[in-house]
Design a binder for this molecule. Structure first.
Ligand SMILES: N[C@@H](CCC(=O)N[C@@H](CS)C(=O)NCC(=O)O)C(=O)O
Length: 221
């Protein structure tokens, strides 16, 4: 029986939207991408706030449920569509899931704050003609180096963060990692660390992520 595609609201250039898209592609789940014109403030309009009360992207709908928070959406997709696509993406037993959750939390709590600040300051502020704050850049670069030193050790013990299989924990690093490596001059934070560099090459060249990167490119018209 054909199922109705799930709906994802927001532009693929948003890091949080691209996390959900990468997860859907890994799981082979049909989706419909619904445009939200953020420069026109559509994400702050009353109708949109009904599905994303914080006025952010992404929002997500599957049948009659609505969700927000990209990592929670990814966990839902993996649980609901457990038997299709990459079946091990969110683990297949409690121990594997706990390890994935642990590194997913590390991404959200430790990696994402400094890396998203650096992405904003180094890649987006210049495009938006906003002044960069060198103090904030320095502080967050130091924080991120410490996080990546922990990753370097971990990735010396296992091929991926949560073990020897690619998981949601690795996937969740792709959006900010991609901008840091490809849209700022701080890519060597990754490439100067042997294990992090090896891991980054492996996760960022997966078909699913390469498709998301294509979707982020401006269209010709
Ligand atoms: N923790 C949220 C973060 C969502 C978020 O920060 N979205 C940004 C785009 S990447 C946004 O909507 N910014 C506009 C705003 O906050 O007004 C998630 O992972 O879904």
């Amino acid at each position: 029986m054909a199922t109705t595609p799930v709906k994802v609201y927001g532009p693929p250039i948003s890091t949080a939207v691209s996390r959900v898209l990468a997860c859907l592609l890994e799981k082979g789940v049909d989706y419909q991408l619904i445009s939200v014109n953020m420069s026109k403030g559509e994400h702050k309009k009353p109708d949109y706030l009904k599905i994303q009360p914080f006025g952010q992207v992404p929002a997500f709908q599957d049948e009659d449920i609505s969700l927000f928070e990209s990592r929670a959406i990814c966990r839902y997709i993996c649980n609901k569509y457990a038997d299709q696509g990459n079946k091990g993406l969110y683990g297949t037993n409690p121990l594997a899931k706990a390890s994935i959750d642990q590194w997913l939390e590390a991404e959200g709590q430790s990696f994402s704050p400094p890396s998203s600040t650096l992405v904003f300051q180094l890649a987006f502020a210049p495009r938006m003609k906003l002044k960069q704050d060198q103090g904030v850049i320095r502080q967050n670069e130091e924080k991120l180096k410490k996080v990546l030193d922990v990753y370097e050790n971990r990735l010396g013990e296992s091929r991926f963060l949560a073990g020897d299989e690619f998981s949601l924990a690795d996937l969740s690093h792709l959006p900010n990692g991609h901008y840091l490596v490809n849209a700022t001059d701080r890519g060597e934070l990754f490439t100067s660390r042997n294990n992090v560099g090896r891991w980054w090459t492996e996760i960022s060249t997966r078909d699913s992520w390469e498709k998301v990167v294509e979707m982020q490119k401006p269209t010709a018209n």
